[in-house]
Design a protein around this ligand. Structure first.
Ligand code: 5GP
Ligand code: MG
Length: 467
């Protein structure tokens, strides 16, 4: 069983716009970094739902003809990245179902931590599942509900699930957006005249000229229909647990999430990193693209010029999708190339946002060494990743995370750098402005804000990866 990267997702929804599907397509285009494996849109023309989902990039999937077949003034869309093993059309979102009360589309960003338990229970009572996605349990719970409005059915279903979820629901006449009480994943609300927009990140609004209104709050449910927008807080409040990895790596730097601009945070991480781990270097080299923002902070703080010592081929985007290690290594080589003339005989500080398995980093360091670097100091703008994520950024299993079993000096030797420095957890907390511990740092600490027995780790992973 190979544990590649798991669920990464992006959401977009619109209610009350004459070109709902077209606008959703553009929103997903801006959110492509959140998932490159598959995408889908469901629209409503108030009589029926229309859906199109496929494998591939947004620009490949949605042609003019396809968009024409998605009529109506409301739509929800989803981009997804999953494991090779489950990259299957049946798992592509949004899901659409037709049940006794009409049509329902659902799009999910996050991971449910008790999905396998609920699934076993539902299957024992006769539910037939069509996908291997945790999200599908929500549909079954909604379909079984006796409440007579969709919002109440959704609340009833969500009161039974644990974990991380940002969800968009679309029926013939309503759009509902929900963010889990912990607020793991970002979700933002926008407005343009009488139309409402919901997206994972604000960069989706910028592209289509929509005004960012506010973030949907942890535990908030927003119901949008012909009466306008109504906000509810149906869940018991809990301590907020924003995913700090959204700031470190996942979100786009131009987005505003969790009350901050992502680039601003990353730049500060670089500044803090330079304070904690200065390097005797002639140049600072960012690892494209994830290391750019932190490298700018690092160079600024240490007064060392930043140079583009690694050039990325922008037309190779999916290194991590390759199922076999051997192909992944190849992917690194076709993606990045050093500028030899710049690097030759220099001391370099190479900045990246994170080390996961260390296989990419090792390749990159070797590449820079071959280009003639004299000394290589690797600086990472986050602490060592030691634990898998069960809340929507599926880092590999613990055994594959180099930080879970190796000391920093061992990792330094493995990736063949001269020195290696990681940002401290305290430094990270300071940069994200975390005064009342409102972030989730579980990938660095193992301190999960939703508790589950450790035997669950495996069954949890199995649900996403093997079924
Ligand atoms: P490693 O050297 O551990 O093999 O790879 C480190 C690189 O993986 C870093 O450049 C980091 O930006 C990138 N990375 C971290 N998290 C993720 C993720 O969730 N998905 C992808 N595709 N890359 C990631
Ligand atoms: Mg990277």
């Amino acid at each position: 069983m190979s544990a590649e990267w798991g669920e990464h997702c992006g959401l977009f929804g619109v209610y009350g716009h004459p070109e709902a599907a077209n606008v959703t397509y553009l929103g997903l285009y801006a959110l492509q970094h959140r998932g490159q494996e598959s995408a889908g849109i469901v629209s409503s023309d108030t009589h029926a739902l229309h859906s199109y989902r496929n494998m591939g990039l947004v620009s490949e999937i949605f042609t003019r003809d396809v968009l024409k077949r998605l009529p109506g003034r409301s739509a929800i869309g989803h981009v997804r990245y999953s494991t090779a093993g489950t990259s299957d059309l049946k798992n592509v979102q949004p899901f659409t179902v037709h049940y006794a009360r009409g049509g329902l589309g659902i799009a999910h960003n996050g991971n449910l931590t008790n999905a396998h338990i609920l699934r076993d229970e539902l299957e024992a009572h006769g539910s037939i599942f069509q996908s291997t996605m945790d999200t599908e349990v929500i549909i079954h719970l909604i379909a079984l509900s006796n409440e007579h409005d969709l919002a109440s059915r959704v609340v009833g279903a969500l009161k039974r699930v644990n974990g991380a979820y940002c969800l968009l629901f679309l029926s013939e006449d309503e759009m509902i957006a929900v963010r889990d009480p912990h607020g793991f994943r970002p979700l933002v609300l926008g407005r343009q005249k009488n139309a409402y927009f919901v997206a994972s990140e604000t960069c989706a609004f910028d592209l289509i000229g929509v005004e960012f209104e506010r973030e949907i709050e942890p535990g908030e449910m927003v119901v949008i229909n012909e009466d306008g927008l109504h906000s509810f807080y149906p869940f018991i409040p809990v301590r907020t647990s924003h995913c700090v990895f959204e700031f470190i790596y996942f979100a786009r730097p131009d987005s505003f999430i969790f009350g901050r601009n992502v680039y601003g945070v990353r730049r500060e991480l670089g500044i803090q990193l330079a304070k904690e781990h200065p390097a005797e270097a002639d140049i600072v080299i960012p690892t494209p693209d994830s290391g750019f923002s932190a490298a700018i902070g690092y160079g600024h703080q240490s007064n060392i010029p930043i140079e583009l010592g690694l050039i990325r081929n922008h037309y190779v985007g999916r290194t991590f999708i390759e199922p076999k290690q051997s192909i992944r290594h190849f992917g690194v080589k076709i993606k990045l190339n050093p500028v030899k003339e710049l690097i030759k005989e220099k001391g370099v500080a190479v900045i990246d946002d994170s080390i996961v398995r260390a296989t990419t980093s090792r390749k990159i360091i070797k590449m820079i060494r071959r280009a003639g670097a004299e000394r290589i100091h690797v600086r990472i703008s986050s602490p060592p990743i030691t634990h898998p994520c069960f809340f929507g950024i599926d880092t590999p299993m613990k055994s594959e995370l180099i930080g879970s079993s190796h000391a920093i000096e061992e990792i330094n030797r493995y990736i063949t750098s001269d020195t290696l420095g990681y940002l401290s957890l305290e430094g990270l907390k300071r940069c994200v402005g975390d005064n009342n511990s409102s972030f989730c740092y579980a990938c660095f600490t193992g301190d999960y804000s939703i508790k589950f027995p450790s035997m669950m780790e495996e069954s949890q992973l199995r649900l996403y990866k093997a079924r």
